[in-house]
Design a protein around this ligand. Structure first.
Ligand SMILES: N=C(N)NCCCC(=O)O
Ligand SMILES: [Zn+2]
Ligand SMILES: [Zn+2]
Length: 338
């Protein structure tokens, strides 16, 4: 029913939503064409329309931390636009993620593009208050600098977390031009701050030239394991999944996904592309192999639409985010229903 009875009913059509088990789901694409209306993630309801959200998609449009091509500030809107085509049942994990818990789009955080410490502080405070209120976040970046305040927010509630970091890059460098908070340095800061459990941190998909062998030595000293892109190719998805599951165990787990972990053929729309990456099929299958782990938060970062073609990167990122939400639905044996 329309909240504005004097308006034509067709203008209220966006109110037609799928409701299952008392959870408000996406706009009903059998009644409203999925390309019309506002592009919330997967056409989900806004956070302001529900009393409690179990999971929220949070936009973090900010890219003041990049070292090469800029433009990841437009990542959230691009991923949301591509996500219009997502459907409510995920056959790969046999779950309907929006039908067993309340999933919403929390919109974008307003982040100062000219003041890095202020932006990181605002994201940290926003994320912490949501996480403390019982809402798990899948954050859409934005550049990878943002993983640091997001890790701080989960650590504030859960203590030091396990970290699976999917990326072409290590992102454990020390500084760029003397700056500590950049997209190449978040995980070094996270180790220094003691917010990750160094028994269970691992990079996946690493590749490409480094500044020197020392990069790898320092990274190992911090406690990181590395499963390179070549390891994924040579060992295969099942072996990689087994090694990741063993490393993480039942610890609270944060999953950070830099879209440049994908080969530029699968994700051209990113700022620091490296040849020889994962296929989107490999990444999605590795993620699905994490089902049942105690995931407490995740991000998908570094989508820079200006370099995208035919939405290749936007589609990949939206499916990655959808599988992350599905994994959240399957925690604790799965509140999610079919
Ligand atoms: N894409 C991320 N997060 N980091 C890349 C940093 C690579 C560099 O400038 O050396
Ligand atoms: Zn990267
Ligand atoms: Zn990165």
């Amino acid at each position: 029913m329309s909240a504005h009875p004097h308006l034509p009913a067709s203008l209220s059509a966006n109110a037609a939503r799928v409701v299952e088990n008392g959870f408000t789901g996406p706009v009903n694409s059998a009644l409203v064409p999925r390309y019309s209306g506002p592009a919330t993630f997967a056409l989900l309801p806004g956070i302001e329309t529900v009393e409690h959200a179990d999971v929220a998609i949070l936009g973090a449009p900010w890219d003041a931390g990049v070292s090469f091509r800029s433009g990841a500030r437009f990542g959230p809107e691009h991923i949301r636009s591509a996500s219009r085509l997502l459907r409510p049942y995920n056959p790969a994990l046999d779950v309907s993620p929006f039908a067993g818990m309340q999933v919403v789009d929390a919109g974008d955080v307003a982040l100062n593009p000219f003041n890095i410490p202020e932006a990181l502080g605002v994201l940290q405070d926003t994320a912490t208050s949501l996480v403390r209120g019982g809402t798990s976040l899948v954050t859409l970046g934005g550049d990878h600098t943002l993983a640091l305040p997001l890790l701080r927010s989960v650590a504030a509630v859960h203590g030091p977390v396990a970290l699976l970091h999917f990326d072409a890059h290590l992102d454990t460098w020390d500084t760029y031009f003397g700056a500590e908070y950049t997209h190449g340095t978040p995980f070094r800061r996270a180790v220094e701050e003691g917010i990750v459990d160094t028994e269970s941190i691992c990079h996946v998909g690493t590749r490409g030239p480094l500044y020197g062998h020392r990069d790898l030595e320092e990274d190992r000293r911090f406690g990181f394991g590395i499963l390179t892109s070549a390891d994924v190719f040579r060992q295969g998805v099942d072996e990689i999944v087994a090694r990741l599951r063993e490393r993480v165990g039942n610890r609270p787990l944060y999953v950070s996904i830099d879209i440049d972990v994908l080969d530029p053929a699968h994700a051209p729309g990113t700022g620091t592309p490296e040849a020889g990456g994962l296929t989107s099929r490999e990444l999605l299958e590795i993620l699905r192999g994490l089902a049942g782990l105690n995931i407490v938060g995740a991000d998908v970062v570094e989508v820079a639409p200006a370099y995208d073609h035919a939405d290749i990167t936007g589609v990949a990122a939206s499916h990655v985010a959808y599988d992350l939400v599905s994994l959240l639905a399957l925690r604790d044996g799965g509140k999610g229903t079919r």
